[in-house]
Design a binder for this molecule. Structure first.
Ligand SMILES: [Zn+2]
Length: 413
């Protein structure tokens, strides 16, 4: 096989140096101008690698096609591959300085830019299987952005390899690079019809071999608590401080139903941001469950707590507003078992031992699946997303690329 013009590791190191952090509460898509920089570069790169109909939308969504090279008469369904260019708003993505720890010999990895940041074997047992690999971290002052530049780099390298190896058989492949995945809004601007794929995969997962066809079903509750403010010097019998009702609400949430006390298939409620003020306090709460019944029960629970708090605090009125974020894609993907089967087979052909893991989160795929584009998620080799301790490795990137290469061939068989 002819090697790509640039290795997946070099590509990855180049992409992570470009700041593409997205921002919560922005009113535009993309939420940050910086995402344009990497995306415009990707458009040029796709064109130079021979991709067809390469275009970028006003909302920074990239679409491109690798035409089928199957003999006339042989047909394969159009297969989509997706990754997102933005990185999490949670940790800075500016000035990322990737460090390649060549030929890892075991032990904890201290990050030189901030020695309090240590990737420990105790918290990352996967490290014990990575002896001899080249581990890629940051200097400890930013996130790495493997989520999801590993997805972007592996897909780009696949395009590169296919261009240099025209005898590798594949059907039509649609490439999509999206913006603002981390804030959950970008995908609404993605044009599924113009993308033109029958099925797709997001390449946006974790450790090697991890394949997911399940995400949370997710809702967001916004609770607004209204009291009454006045000058504290003359407040007696007049002031109603909404903060006490907020505190009461928080303390009534079941302690065994929080992200910090649950794992695996158990859902949670998660108060994650709010404002405390005398006149009005508000809090946003995430509701998460794999089952729609479980999610409905959590919604009832919140409404009951709100009613109880309102009853117990004289002069307080509370508004609760709950909206749907996304649904578990399994509800649709259970009707397309071949998608996970093919991904598992592709990973096996790449020499991995694949496994299914439900995502305690959402992906662009969860929304796309319900918009008619069934879309499971494939690993990228990444660990510790949204953190200064994020890492990937040479093998992680190479094996993900290899898996994608097998996947496009399996769909052509
Ligand atoms: Zn991601």
């Amino acid at each position: 096989m002819n090697q790509p013009s640039e290795s997946v590791v070099e590509r990855f190191l180049r992409y992570v140096r470009v700041d593409t952090q997205s921002r919560e509460d922005a009113t535009t898509t993309p939420s940050t101008d910086s995402q344009w920089t990497l995306s415009r570069g990707l458009v040029e790169e796709l064109r130079s690698l021979g991709a067809q109909t390469v275009r970028i939308s006003d909302h920074c969504m990239i679409y491109a096609t690798i035409p089928s090279n199957l003999p006339a008469g042989a047909e394969a369904p159009a297969l989509g591959l997706l990754a997102h260019v933005d990185t999490s708003p949670a940790v800075s993505g500016a000035g990322v300085t990737p460090i390649v720890h060549r030929d890892y010999r075991g032990g904890d990895i201290t990050l030189p830019g901030d020695p309090t940041q240590v990737i420990t074997v105790a918290q990352n047992p996967a490290l014990s299987d990575m002896i001899g690999d080249d581990i890629i971290t940051t200097d400890g002052t930013t996130l790495l952005g493997s989520d999801d530049k590993a997805g972007v780099a592996t897909i780009m390298t696949l395009v590169d390899i296919l261009a240099r190896n025209p005898t590798i058989p594949h059907g039509p492949i649609q490439i999509g690079f999206t913006a603002d995945e981390e804030i959950g809004t970008g995908i609404d601007k993605f044009d599924v019809e113009s993308f033109g794929a029958r099925f797709a995969y997001t390449v946006d997962g974790g450790p090697l071999g991890e394949i997911s066809d399940e995400t949370w079903s997710a809702r967001l509750a916004t609770i607004a608590i209204r009291g009454k403010n006045t000058h504290p010097g003359t407040a007696k019998g007049v002031m109603v401080n909404s903060m006490y009702a907020l505190a009461d609400f928080l303390l009534r949430l079941p302690q065994d139903m929080l992200p910090e006390t649950t794992e695996d298939r158990v859902g949670f409620v998660h108060p994650y941001a709010g404002i405390a003020d005398v006149e009005e306090s508000s809090i946003k709460v995430l509701l998460r469950d794999f089952e729609l019944d479980g999610l409905a029960a959590k919604e009832r629970l919140l409404r009951d707590i709100v009613a109880e708090v309102e009853r117990r605090h004289a002069g307080i009125s509370i508004r609760i507003d709950i909206k749907e974020n996304y649904k578990n894609m399994k509800e649709v993907l259970k009707h397309h078992p071949e998608l996970t089967r093919n991904a598992l087979e592709a990973a096996r052909r790449a020499g991995l031992e694949p496994f299914m893991l439900p995502i305690r989160g959402g992906t662009d795929g969860s929304k796309l699946t319900f918009r008619g584009l069934p879309c499971p998620n494939i690993f990228t080799g990444g660990h510790n997303f949204h953190s200064k301790l994020e890492f990937n490795s040479r093998r992680g990137l190479e094996k993900t690329t290899e898996t994608l290469l097998h996947l496009v061939q399996i769909f052509a068989e």
